[in-house]
Design a protein around this ligand. Sequence first.
Ligand code: CP
Length: 305
Amino acid sequence: MKLHHVLESQQFTVPLLMELFDRTRVMEKIVARGGTRDWENKVMTTLFYKPSTRTRMSFESAMYRLGGKVLATEQAQEFSSEVEGEQLEDTIRIVADYCDLIVLRHHEAGGARRAAAVSGVPVFNAGDGAGGQHPTQALLDLYTIYNECKKLDGLSVALIGALDQGRTARSLAYLLGKFDRTKLYFIAPPEMQVKQDILEHLEQHNVVYELASSTDKIIENVDVVYQTRIDRARLHGSEIDLTSYNIDKTVLRRLRSNAIIMHPLPRSVEIASDVDGDPRAAYFRQTRNGLFVRMALLTMVFEKE
Ligand code: CP
């Protein structure tokens, strides 16, 4: 199936997701045997205007494992011509002449769409702004859920954190809403609850959801806990007790034995480090899957060029 730009989760159909996941399993085998040189004529640019560890490095590793080459600007806000006032559109037009694909993390929601509108090569949205999207993260999240739960229909998923701005949870909600009998719980402080655009989309697609400000009576009934960070600075001195959103050993005792805990990372205090050894803690398996899913995405685009 055709894949060019990757800008938002909504663009992925269920058949396209299944094709991606089949291909991802092949990529796991390719990495296990030391990679391939099949894509040695391809050049990928990582153009990152905001910090990243996992997304940038897994994309770069993916390209190297495929035999390709990487042009990297990891602090584009400082080391690109944006410092001289250059517009994103001009930068993209120029960089597109030097490579076959651009992976962009931008500080504005909608930045990736602006880039795609002028780019001569495919653009992958690697996270745009607060309240934007992070579709390749959501794809690796969904792949992890599929691997761990062995199904994608009929799942109950709790998304926890600052859901108004959390682009990973936003992108994942769109993907989960494509499957039958999904139930989503959005658990957040009321001032950080998920935005109306997501809820309207879920309603249009008959997806059942519930909004909550506490994990009580929910956490024990879900298949997946998707934890994200809450930036304390955004609370402006409010007395709200953020520790009630944290995952620790007490919460583990309430979780189903076959539930999984995910987190896009980086984490702060919202998952205690003594949870890491529990077999239900899937977040390091999740980050590893990022390499394979991103390799699969790159090959899907390069093959269709
Ligand atoms: N999950 C994620 O996007 O991590 P990075 O910010 O390290 O890329």
